[in-house]
Write a protein that binds this ligand. Structure first.
Ligand code: NAP
Length: 201
């Protein structure tokens, strides 16, 4: 499967590397593909223009700053048509944390997912904390779940589905818990939120 990773920073590169190792074809869509600062990306994917990354991809990971998404969607509306889009962006300066409504309104025939937004990237790079697998809470279009769960598992995380897109506030609430613990209460960034349930046989 071909994946367009839009934004090749902490989140984009970490997930791109993991997915490349799992056998997916990664296209890093960046603004200046010829720039030397992207040299490190070549071992896990092709570095290309944003439109060249989007065109062949089945899945699009959106990992750019939250406040850049509006302009991005306006510019690439057509190229996003029909894709499964994973919104990992956070609007940290206020308003809704996610960009799902914008993506829903401006794109056509897409399946939208909210994932990889609740925890620091270090937990995606190394998805085991104190010997326990990191859980990733996500929501989205139910038709997108099989692919999404596989992509989450391929990173080494355990997927926990919270429901359709309408549940994005729940997912983003967990992000706020993580932010509170790490940025306000001083906990380490290698911190996960875990669902623990009794096994009833
Ligand atoms: N860091 C985390 O732990 C974490 C966790 C969960 C979610 N998130 C969210 O994930 C997103 C990415 O975070 P990050 O930490 O990976 O950021 P980052 O390391 O700063 O990387 C951001 C990437 O986005 C690109 N970019 C910036 N503006 C762009 C635009 N207008 N159009 C296209 N590309 C653009 C940058 O490209 P250039 O190099 O060309 O500037 C860079 O490759 C953010 O929305 C963040 O809130 C972050």
């Amino acid at each position: 499967m071909k994946i367009a990773v839009i934004g090749a920073g902490h989140i984009g590169h970490t997930l791109g590397q993991k997915w490349s190792k799992s056998g997916y074809t990664i296209y890093y869509g960046v603004r200046e593909p010829e720039h030397g600062k992207y040299a490190h990306l070549h071992e896990s994917g092709q570095v290309c223009s944003i439109v060249d990354a989007l065109t062949p991809a089945r899945v699009v990971l959106l990992a750019i700053p939250g406040d850049a998404v509006m302009e991005f969607v306006e510019e690439y509306t057509e190229a996003l048509n029909g894709k499964l889009i994973i919104d990992a962006t956070n609007n940290i300066r206020g308003g809704p944390m996610n960009n799902l409504e914008l993506l829903y309104e401006k794109t056509a025939n897409t399946q939208l997912v909210r994932a990889f937004s609740t925890l620091g990237w270090e937990n995606f790079e190394n998805p085991v904390v104190n010997g326990q697998q990191v859980d990733l809470f996500y929501c989205g279009h139910s038709g997108a779940s099989p692919i999404t769960e596989k992509l989450i598992a391929d990173v080494g995380l355990r997927p926990v589905y919270l429901g359709p897109l309408e549940k994005a506030d729940l997912v983003d609430g967990l992000t706020k818990v993580w932010f509170e613990l790490v940025f306000e209460q001083g906990h380490v960034r290698r911190l996960m939120l875990k669902m623990v349930e009794e096994i009833v046989s």
